[in-house]
Design a protein around this ligand. Structure first.
Ligand code: ATP
Ligand code: MG
Length: 387
């Protein structure tokens, strides 16, 4: 079996954009399978074929494919001429001495000019296999399902399907700037947007040299994990320690967290404008910590004109943690570090900061200048996958 058949689902619904979605998915599949023996990626009728090179390692290919967003399912497949005798012969050949008690053939006819309908293909091919093997046909609970797909020129057959990652192909939904802290939540938030087809640009605020470089190293690793799903990433490392020192000089402790956040948002929005991104993404959750109240979130959002997306807003911590574990970011996120928020963070932040108070406190700060300085000092790093 020298092919892989990739099915997409949701993107089939995208109307006029469909060819563009499919082309993008094909390009992503090409990128994702670089170096593991895929010779060619071809867009066929309603599905995509990967043509395997001699000696391609199925385990490697399958593990790469299971992370590609926009894939509903995929299967290692064989190709046969478009003729029921030939299809049955190839299938029997491929089955070798494989045994089963019950089976069924499940056919799909993408090429409507092929003279047999799907049920007819199922009967014809199934009949030949039953005759050769003596297996019983069970249409509702077969132990083995043999899939046949009749396209133009060729038919494909495969046994069983592996679930794909779902979502939409990376790069089909526009760009977002993700505020990545090094904690558990923000990488999961970023992942959820990437899964919906967004290209994530990452921003991390650090307090080096006041604190160690640990938070930057963690974020670099987190970006490494997330890049597996979008192939190319950019990470803006923004020095934030001096800004915090300025805030501490003039802002009363309870308001500091909200003021830090508003500064982060302004800087992130400036990055987004530069990168032509349309939204900001954070890992905030209603009520998770004192600063994440509806009141504070609305005061924070006031400083930007872009939508602030909070994909985790209604999740429990244990749900987010489970997601982080599946994603593989959890062990990185729990490495202890001193993130910039531990620095100069008051013990009792205001849970209901009032906009007027926050604005009054900010009046003493050279906001524009701080934002410009931070942007100028930002270091941009790139990450690629596969490396
Ligand atoms: P996380 O687990 O993502 O760190 P958290 O529960 O610690 O979240 P906060 O510290 O209140 O919550 O941060 C809320 C959100 O603000 C984060 O999810 C992240 O999107 C953003 N954020 C906080 N600190 C930073 C930082 N140093 N750099 C970039 N973004 C940050
Ligand atoms: Mg945090």
């Amino acid at each position: 079996m020298k092919s892989v058949i990739v099915h997409y689902q949701e993107i089939a619904l995208k109307g006029n954009n469909r060819p563009w979605f499919v082309a993008r998915l094909a390009r992503n599949l090409r990128t994702a399978t670089k170096g593991v023996g895929v010779r060619e990626v071809r867009v066929l009728m309603g599905r995509i074929e990967l043509v395997l090179a001699e000696g391609a390692e199925w385990n490697q290919i399958s593990s790469r494919l299971s992370d590609v967003f926009g894939v509903a399912n995929f299967a290692r497949a064989g190709r046969a001429p478009l003729d029921v005798d030939a299809i049955a012969r190839e299938i029997l050949n491929e089955l070798g001495d494989r045994q089963t008690d019950t089976f069924r053939v499940s056919a799909r006819r993408a090429n409507k000019r092929f003279p047999l309908t799907s049920p007819e293909i199922e009967r014809e091919v199934g009949g030949r296999i039953k005759e050769a093997r003596g297996w019983r046909v069970d249409l509702s609970h077969p132990s083995l399902t043999i899939h046949v797909e009749a396209l133009t020129g060729d038919a494909f057959y495969f046994f069983g399907k592996e679930p794909g990652a779902g979502g939409l192909p990376a790069g089909t939904s526009g760009r977002v700037v993700c505020l990545l802290s090094g904690g558990i939540d923000s990488p999961v938030a970023a992942w959820r947007l990437i899964r919906r087809g967004c290209r994530a640009i990452f921003v991390h605020f650090h307090s080096y040299p006041i604190l160690s470089r640990a938070s930057q190293e963690k974020v670099r690793e987190l970006v490494g994990v997330l890049t597996r799903f979008q192939y190319d990433s950019r990470l803006f490392l923004v020095p934030f320690g001096e800004i915090q020192q300025r805030v501490v000089l003039s802002v009363a402790p309870p308001l500091r967290v909200v003021v830090y956040r508003r500064l982060m948002m302004r800087i992130a929005e400036a990055v987004a404008l530069r990168a032509r991104a349309q939204s900001l993404v954070t890992g905030e959750v209603v009520g998770q910590v004192a600063s994440q109240t509806l009141e504070n979130m609305s005061v924070i959002d006031r400083v930007v004109t872009m939508p602030v997306l909070r994909p985790l807003v209604g999740m429990d911590k244990d749900e987010i943690t489970a997601q982080a574990q599946r994603l593989g970011t959890y062990p990185i996120s729990i490495i202890p570090d001193q993130d910039c928020c531990t620095l100069f963070t008051p013990r009792h932040p205001a849970t209901k900061a009032r906009l007027a108070d926050v604005e009054a406190a900010e009046a003493a700060l050279p906001i524009e200048e701080l934002v410009t300085q931070a942007l100028t000092a930002a270091v941009i790093e790139k990450a690629h996958y596969p490396v």
